[in-house]
Ligand binder design. Sequence first.
Ligand code: ATP
Ligand code: MG
Length: 284
Amino acid sequence: MLTLAIQKSGRLSEKTVKLLQECGIAFQNGGSSKLKATATNFSMEILYLRDDDIPECVADGIADIGIVGENICLERARSLTIVEKLGFARCRLSIAVPKNTEYSGPADLNGLSIATSYPNILRKYLAEKQITAKINEISGSVEIAPGIGLGDAIFDIVSTGSTLLSNGLREVETVLKSEAVLVSGPELPDDKKTILKKLLFRMRAVNEARNRKYILLNTPNDRIEQICKLLPGMKSPTIMPLSTAGWSSLHSVIEEDVFWEKIEALKAAGAQGILVIPIEKMIT
Ligand code: ATP
Ligand code: MG
């Protein structure tokens, strides 16, 4: 049995649970008093924790693996291995100053006091840049610190920047880009490694599929070659004759972002009746 620690409730929890469900892992979720759950169809136990506690829990072997933000993982600086980046809960850790403060580069931080709940990551950054600044460690609502005299600048999580803006702050340095990661402790026994391998195989299949679409279109036969050049598929597209003579149906897999760029070119090349369908899992 593999024990996985996940966030009980917060910005990571919904997407984490969704990812596990898409991996076909069934478990009882929900209920505010929930501390743990056992999967009914996979050899896994799930622990619900505060995200801050996940790195320690995994490092100490209470959980074998965990899903947590890279930011928390680095701040806690425990000997954890990042097994997989998961592509959600993207954010960055940035330094921001009151919007009217002049700022032309990291050297301007010398002599300032910086409020943060990420003292370790900030300390490392300041040392790398050879900056002497005071670190004011506070546990939450960092963005209000300058307004109440608790710091000249802040170092905190930013996703869209709107919280900074509404607190009269301006982002001046991005120190770290973060996303949710799957972490594991130092050494797992072989039986747990086998389960982790199975889980990873499924997670990769889900993540591969997320950005890709299945595309079907009809094309005159004399345009097939031209259209194929526009559609780099998994290997090469499937081509099937339509009952209308001289026409074929072409099937392929395409990255969604690319699709929107290519739609005009496909139509101009003669494609008709284009269908784009989500892919649930993809094993390459
Ligand atoms: P807990 O109660 O578990 O300690 P928390 O309040 O400390 O939760 P959340 O706000 O739920 O933490 O954020 C969890 C993680 O989600 C952060 O550590 C970060 O990795 C990521 N995150 C934070 N803010 C955002 C955001 N605005 N957009 C996307 N991801 C974010
Ligand atoms: Mg937390």
